[in-house]
Design a protein around this ligand. Structure first.
Ligand code: QAP
Ligand code: CO
Length: 175
């Protein structure tokens, strides 16, 4: 099932992901392979649609105080729903599907989320800080929304210009 990251402007990133009904081996294998891709790409969050699978599934692995990422703090969320929000915060976000571009995005400060784990057990957590931001970013992916879709008109134009220039350079580099 070799997975690769789907990058903007690929249209698949605009698709709405579908509710997961079967918590089977196939789902587990997808989650395991998503983890490999996320870690090897230096990511802290990844939604299934970013590897071309339209399932409501995402991973989060926020580094600890020592900036170290451990599988012990890996969170897998299936069918997540944000049930409560409060406050606002701004963070300079990036995305594995929009490589090398970072921009400030406003999010809720604190949230509560209901979700299922890989075996279909119902869970709920409250989150704040980077985990809260990462969950909101990844849940947006499940609706086909990227962080660049949240930018003001002028910042979005700046992004399109910078990103196109980068893509051209990448192509030249490959030749
Ligand atoms: C989403 O983002 C997120 O451009 C996860 O060259 C964003 O893992 C969570 C990455 C902001 C919390 C705050 C981006 C890696 C990783 C790049 C990522 C890149 C290499 C992004
Ligand atoms: Co992303």
């Amino acid at each position: 099932m070799k997975l690769t990251i789907v990058e903007y402007p690929d249209k698949r990133l605009k698709e709405k992901s579908k509710t997961v009904e079967k918590f089977d081996k196939e789902l587990h294998q997808l989650l395991d392979e998503m983890y490999e891709v996320m870690i090897s790409s230096n990511g802290i969050g990844l939604a299934a649609i970013q590897v071309g699978h339209t399932k409501r599934a995402l991973l989060l692995n926020i580094p600890d105080e020592n900036d170290e990422q451990s599988i012990d703090t890996l969170v897998e969320m299936i069918n997540p729903v944000i049930t409560y929000t409060s406050g606002l915060t701004t963070y300079q976000e990036g995305c594995l599907s929009v490589p090398s571009f970072y921009e400030d995005v406003q999010r809720y400060e604190s949230i509560a989320v209901n979700y299922q784990d890989r075996d279909g057990n119902t869970k709920s957590i409250e989150a704040e800080g980077l985990l809260s931001i990462a969950i909101q970013h990844e849940v947006d992916h499940l609706q086909g929304i990227l962080f660049i879709d949240k930018l003001s008109y002028s910042r979005r134009k700046k992004f399109e210009k910078e990103y196109k220039r980068m893509q051209k350079e990448k192509k030249l580099h490959k030749l």
